[in-house]
Design a protein around this ligand. Structure first.
Ligand SMILES: Nc1ncnc2c1ncn2[C@@H]1O[C@H](COP(=O)(O)OP(=O)(O)OP(=O)(O)O)[C@@H](O)[C@H]1O
Length: 256
C-alpha cells in the first residue's frame, strides 16, 4: 500500500491554500501534518481522502489516482477517523465499530458472523473490549477516539487518516491515542494525522510535513525537521527544541 502526493495543490473553489506538496507514505509509516490555524491541514486531509478535488497535481493510492477508485474499494485502503464527537444517536460501541464494515455488505446485505468477529478482534487489539456494550456518546473523549480508530481498523483499511486526533483530549488520553497510532504503524498500518502539538510528532517518530504561507516549509523525519528554527518560523514565536536528561527532545515556547 502506498499513498503519494504528486506536485499537489489543495484549496477551495480553485483557490490554492497549499501548493507543491510531494510525499510518499509506505506501509508502516506515519505522516504528521503541522502548521498554524488555517494553514491547510484539513484541506490537505480532505484532498487525500478524495473529498475535495485538487487544484493541481494528484493523489495516488497504490499508483492509481484516488479519483479513479470506487468509494467502496477506496474504503479498503483509506479510512477517515474524525475527531471524537458525542452525537451517535445512542449506538453502542459494538454497533459503532460494526459500521466500519458497511462498505462490504452490498445494497441489501447485513452483517455476518465474520463482521461480528472482526469487531471483537479490533476491540481486543486496542484493549477496549470491555467498552463494547457501552453507549458511545457517554464515553470520554479519549475512549471515543479509540473507538473511532477501531471502526477504521474494522473497515480493513491499510491507511488511517486522522484530523487532529488529540484535540480536546487530556494529557493521558492524548498520549494513549498517540501510543496506539505508533503501535498500529509498527504492525504495518500507515497513518496520516494533523496535530497542533509538535511534541506528538517527536513521540511517534513520524515524518513531518510543515505547512506555512501556502507552501511546505519542511518535510522529513521528525528528529531532523522539528527544530527550534523550523518551529519558530512555523508558529511565529521563539520556540526551543532541546535534549532532556533522558535523551528525549522537548519543545518549549518562550519569550511570550
Ligand atoms: N469550505 C471552505 N470553503 C472555502 N474556504 C475554506 C473552506 N474550508 C476551509 N477554508 C479555508 O481554507 C484555509 C485552510 O483551512 P483548513 O481548515 O484546511 O486549515 P487548518 O490548517 O486545518 O486549520 P486549523 O488548524 O484551524 O483546523 C483557511 O483559510 C480556511 O478559511
Amino acid at each position: 500500500m502506498s499513498l503519494r502526493a504528486e506536485n499537489l495543490s489543495v484549496g477551495h473553489g480553485g483557490c490554492a491554500v497549499v501548493e507543491h506538496i510531494d510525499f510518499e507514505l509506505a506501509a508502516g509509516e506515519i505522516l504528521c501534518l503541522l502548521g498554524p490555524n488555517g494553514s491547510g491541514k484539513s484541506t490537505l486531509i480532505k484532498t487525500l481522502l478524495n473529498l475535495l478535488a485538487p487544484c493541481a497535481g494528484r493523489v495516488l493510492v497504490n499508483n492509481t489516482d484516488v479519483k479513479q477508485w470506487q468509494a467502496n474499494q477506496l474504503a479498503r485502503h483509506l479510512a477517515y477517523v474524525p475527531q471524537s464527537h458525542a452525537n451517535s444517536l445512542g449506538f453502542t460501541v459494538g454497533d459503532t465499530v460494526l459500521m466500519g464494515r458497511t462498505h462490504q455488505w452490498g445494497l441489501f446485505g447485513g452483517p455476518s458472523q465474520v463482521d461480528y468477529q472482526a469487531v471483537d478482534e479490533v476491540l481486543e487489539q486496542l484493549g477496549i473490549a470491555s467498552l463494547k456494550p457501552r453507549n458511545f456518546s457517554l464515553l470520554s473523549g479519549g475512549q471515543q477516539q479509540l473507538v473511532l480508530i477501531a471502526r477504521a481498523l474494522c473497515q480493513g483499511a491499510q491507511t488511517l487518516v486522522l484530523d487532529e486526533p488529540t484535540a480536546n483530549l487530556d494529557f493521558a488520553n492524548a498520549a494513549k491515542v498517540m501510543h496506539t497510532l505508533a503501535q498500529l504503524a509498527a504492525k504495518g498500518k500507515s497513518v496520516v494525522l494533523s496535530t497542533h502539538n509538535p511534541q506528538d510528532a517527536l513521540g511517534i517518530n513520524a515524518t513531518v510535513c510543515m505547512l506555512k504561507d501556502r507552501t511546505v516549509l519542511a518535510l522529513g523525519p521528525a528528529r531532523q525537521v522539528v527544530t527550534s528554527d523550523h518551529l519558530t518560523r512555523l508558529y511565529g514565536l521563539p520556540i526551543t527544541v532541546s535534549n532532556t536528561a533522558l535523551g528525549h527532545l522537548a519543545v518549549v515556547p518562550h519569550g511570550l
